[in-house]
Design a protein around this ligand. Sequence first.
Ligand code: SIN
Ligand code: MN
Length: 262
Amino acid sequence: MKLDSAQLEAFQRDGLLILPGLFSAAEVAAIRAALPPLFEEESEANIAEKTGGVPRTVMGLHRRSELFARLARHPRLVGPAQQIAGPELYIQQVKVNVKAAFEGDVWQWHYDFATHHRDDGVPAPQALNLHILLDEVSHYNGPLYFIPGSQRHEPLPTFHDTASTSYPLWVVDRETVTGLIAEGSIRPALGPPGTALIFGDLMVHGSPGNMSPWDRAIFSLILNPVANAQTAFARPEHKHHTDFTPVVPLADDCLLEPAAAQ
Ligand code: SIN
Ligand code: MN
């Protein structure tokens, strides 16, 4: 799958693409069906919310599930990423952010490069984050908020927040966020399951807690150019995979026809 020139222009301008209907209902059902056993596993790659009971993020999925191994090589994710970031990309991170009904906690305002650079020694902000909404995402169940244009700034100051949630994160302070929103406003990423999002490493984003009775799970694949690989290795493998082999996209029907993945 290829992005057209209008989509590429919008990505350069806004730093974000929202692609409704990129994955079918049957494909989303197959992805969702693979999740419950993974949530049940005793794994350091399953990180619970602060409140304990429910998973916040479930990581390392392409190493733990054959279906997610295929999804991480899906041509509708890898193809657009190669157009934007170049042909040789490795799989940096594969997860589902769960944001469970009533329990799902905030993701503070941040941009991913702050963590990739400071924790993993990634040299430049070239990684792409590719998401698939696995639930209907509305204003009520903790949608992602983006600040279009925030990616055009030089890397902004950040501080390490180890207290607000169960997941340590390099975050952007309120004053900086206020200035960015005055320039760029906030765009929520809403839509039915199967909607995809693409954003880069400098895009400032976050999401509020989920007070609603509706779950809001999102699949996330981070691909990074092989030439821009991490240079520091303190974080565990599930947070930044160390196999820098370039990803080769599978066939378009690889999720529903596993044989196509051979
Ligand atoms: C979220 O799941 O709301 C945050 C995801 C991200 O930071 O990529
Ligand atoms: Mn993020």
